[in-house]
Ligand binder design. Structure first.
Ligand SMILES: Cc1ncc(COP(=O)(O)O)c(C=O)c1O
Length: 372
C-alpha cells in the first residue's frame, strides 16, 4: 500500500535514540532542553515547550489562553483536536466557514468579531501546510484585540514572505505535532511556541502537574499551584526529534518537489489541486478536488478502487461541527457552504519524503485511469 503519509527514519535516527537510552536521562534530561532550543531556533521564536503530543500542546495552550465560557472562532476543517482543546478549557468553539485554500476564512472571522465584540480568540489552522494569511491575522489581532492561536501541526517549515510557521509573529501561541505522518517525527510528540515569557512559564508548570520548586524551598519541598498534567516528552523522543530536525529542510524540499509534479500532471484536467505551489506551503498534505457530479463514479467508489490498487488516499477532514459529539452540543447547522462543497469534492493524495518517482507516477496514472 502507498499510504498518504509516513515517516522517514534512517540509521542516524536509530543511533541517536540508542545513545540516549544508554545515557543517564530517559526523561526531563538534556535532550528535551536541546530539542526545545533547536526547535525554537528553527521556528524563529523565543520560547518552546516540547510535550507528549500535539493534542497535549493544544490542551495546555488553551488552559493558558482561555477562561471558561470564552467564545473562540475556529475552523471545521481540522483534526478533532483543534476544537476539542477549546472544549477542554470549558470555552465555546464557534465554527466559521473556510476559504478556497482550506484555511479558516479570515474575512468571515472579521464579520463575526464585528457582530460580537465579546469573542475572545481565533484558533486558526495552517491546513495542509499552507500558511494562514499573516497580514490579515495581524490586522484582526490589532483591530479586535483577540487572542490568536495558530495550529501549525501541518506547517512546520512553511513561510509567508519572511514569516515562519510557529514563529508567533502574529499570534500568542502556536502548536506543532510530530506524529509519524507529519513532516518530522518523535513517534508521538508535540510542542508549543510563544514569544511571551509569562505564557512560557505557565506552560512549563502545567506540563508537570502544576508543580513548582524554588531555591527558597527546603530540598524536598514542592508546591502544587495549578491543576496540571503529566504531558512530558521523553529524552529518547527528543533525541529522535533532534536527529530528524537536521533533515527537515530536505524533507520539505522533497514534499515541494512532489507537489510540483502533481501540479503539473493535473493542469487543465478534472483533478484540481486545492492550491498550486505558491511558496507558502510546506505540504503536510497534497489535497485535490474532483467534481464527482461530472464523473461516472462516486467518491466512495474512487476510495475503494484506489485502495484495492494499493493507493491509500485519505480525506482531510470531515467537518468537525457535524460530528455526533458536536451535534449533541447543538452544533452542525452552521452556514458553511465552502466547507460543505469541499467535503464533497476533496481528498488527499499520497505524499511523503521517501515516496519514489515510480510510486508518484503510478498514483497519477491510476487516478486518471480510474476517473476516466
Ligand atoms: C491540525 C492538527 N492539530 C492537532 C493535531 C493533534 O496532534 P497529535 O496527533 O500529535 O496529538 C493534529 C493531528 O493530526 C492535527 O492534524
Amino acid at each position: 500500500m502507498i499510504p498518504y503519509g509516513k515517516q522517514f527514519i534512517i540509521q542516524e535516527d536509530i543511533d541517536a535514540v540508542i545513545v540516549t537510552l544508554e545515557s543517564d536521562y530517559l526523561t526531563t534530561g538534556p535532550k528535551v532542553k536541546a530539542f526545545e532550543e533547536a526547535l525554537g531556533k528553527y521556528c524563529e521564536v523565543k520560547y518552546c515547550v516540547a510535550v507528549s503530543n500535539g493534542t497535549a500542546a493544544l490542551h495546555l495552550a488553551s488552559l493558558v489562553l482561555l477562561n471558561k465560557g470564552d467564545k473562540v472562532l475556529t475552523t471545521p476543517n481540522s483534526f478533532l483536536a483543534t476544537s476539542n482543546a477549546i472544549l477542554y478549557a470549558g470555552a465555546k468553539p464557534i465554527f466559521v466557514d473556510i476559504a478556497e485554500d482550506g484555511n479558516i476564512d479570515l474575512d468571515l472571522c472579521e464579520k463575526e468579531l464585528q457582530k460580537d465584540p465579546t469573542i475572545k480568540a481565533v484558533y486558526s489552522v495552517a491546513f495542509s501546510g499552507h500558511m494562514v494569511e499573516q497580514q490579515k491575522l495581524k490586522y484582526l489581532r490589532e483591530t479586535y484585540n483577540v487572542i490568536i492561536l495558530e495550529d501549525c501541526a501541518h506547517a512546520i517549515g512553511a513561510k509567508d514572505a519572511d514569516i515562519k510557521a510557529a514563529s508567533c509573529t502574529n499570534s500568542d501561541v502556536s502548536i506543532l505535532s510530530f506524529h509519524p505522518v507529519k513532516h518530522m517525527t518523535t513517534g508521538e510528540g508535540g510542542a508549543i511556541t510563544t514569544n511571551s515569557k509569562k505564557i512560557y512559564e505557565k506552560l512549563l508548570i502545567l506540563r508537570n502537574h502544576g508543580m513548582v520548586k524554588t531555591e527558597e524551598m527546603k530540598p524536598w519541598e514542592y508546591e502544587m499551584r495549578e491543576l496540571g498534567f503529566n504531558y512530558r516528552i521523553t529524552d529518547m523522543q527528543c533525541a529522535l526529534g533532534l536527529s530528524q530536525l537536521k533533515r527537515l529542510d530536505n524533507f520539505i524540499d522533497r514534499r515541494i518537489a512532489i507537489a510540483q509534479k502533481y501540479d503539473k500532471a493535473f493542469l487543465g484536467t478534472i483533478v484540481k489541486p486545492l492550491y498550486m505551489y505558491d511558496g507558502k506551503s510546506s505540504y503536510h498534505l497534497y489535497v485535490v478536488k474532483v467534481d464527482f457530479t461530472k464523473t461516472f463514479l462516486s467518491k466512495v467508489d474512487l476510495f475503494n478502487i484506489l485502495r484495492e490498487k494499493g493507493i491509500g488516499i485519505q480525506l482531510h477532514y470531515m467537518p468537525i461541527n457535524k460530528q455526533p459529539y458536536y451535534k449533541n452540543l447543538g452544533y452542525g447547522k452552521e452556514y458553511t457552504p465552502v466547507m460543505d462543497n469541499y467535503y464533497e469534492e476533496c481528498f488527499s493524495l499520497p505524499m511523503y519524503p521517501k515516496m519514489t518517482v515510480q510510486e508518484q507516477t503510478y498514483v497519477i496514472k491510476t487516478l486518471f485511469e480510474v476517473l476516466s
